[in-house]
Design a protein around this ligand. Structure first.
Ligand code: SF4
Length: 227
């Protein structure tokens, strides 16, 4: 498997927010989102066997929460899916952050999928979600939308309503996009869309969704990697 990094931090963007978590960041992505903060994963990475990755995860005990992220982890599905099965068997809670551009039907059912459906503001990646994946979503999963403006919000609102995501999944997450040239300050001024404005829209529409701020961007300076 091509690995960028493994590190321990707190989970920052889902209902697991705040829990200590081991992040396994895999190399490679087939999308190019306008707001991507992980471009350093697009190329490179060091080759590790699934055994070696499992060993490094075990060395970080007692943490039993593991998130596979990227890049796009599912590009390495042939090795990733058995590794996730194995970790589940060892009692880990496993999260998978994915764009949902590739089929997700073979992901083990006990894995919590955090699916980042790309909005119009994502640029080249917009509309990349593989629609049949809606059927693979369960109450264990969460669907995230990264929003840069009102058009993105309306896209997310209509998508969530049309596919009944609030009933079908464990939650709909609305996350203001973060500026690529963010100031060093740990402040919401770095959000492309003001969270306060987003909350007003959510309340106005009675939307069954939750505001999701990337908490690591407020704990550490936005440029810090590996946290
Ligand atoms: S899917 Fe994720 S890693 Fe890939 S370009 Fe988009 S934001 Fe970046």
């Amino acid at each position: 498997m091509h690995l960028i990094e493994i590190y321990k931090s707190v989970q920052g963007e889902s209902s697991f927010t705040g829990w200590p978590c081991i992040f396994v960041r895999l190399a490679g992505c087939n999308l190019r989102c306008a707001w991507c903060d992980s471009e350093y994963t697009f190329a490179g990475g060091v080759k590790f066997t699934a055994d070696e990755i499992a060993g490094r995860i075990r060395a970080m005990q007692p943490c039993k929460l593991v998130e596979f992220t990227g890049g796009e982890p599912i590009l390495q599905a042939a090795e990733l899916l058995p590794l996730m099965e194995r970790l589940l068997g060892e009692g880990y809670t496993v999260l998978l952050e994915t764009s949902g551009e590739k089929p997700l039907g073979d992901v083990p059912k006990s894995v919590h999928k955090i699916v980042d459906v790309k909005c119009p503001g994502a640029g080249a990646a917009a509309g990349s979600f593989h629609l049949p994946n809606v059927e693979a979503l369960t109450r264990r999963d969460e669907v995230k939308f990264v929003l840069s403006d009102r058009a993105d919000y309306e896209f997310a609102r209509e998508f969530a309503r049309e596919h009944r995501l609030a009933e079908r999944t464990g939650g709909v997450l609305l996350s203001p996009a973060f500026r690529k040239q963010a100031a060093a300050e740990r402040t919401t001024a770095n959000c492309v869309l003001d969270p306060r404005e987003l909350v007003e829209w959510m309340l106005e529409d009675g939307l069954q969704a939750r505001l999701s701020l990337q908490v690591h961007k407020y704990i550490w300076e936005p440029q810090v990697k590996g946290v």
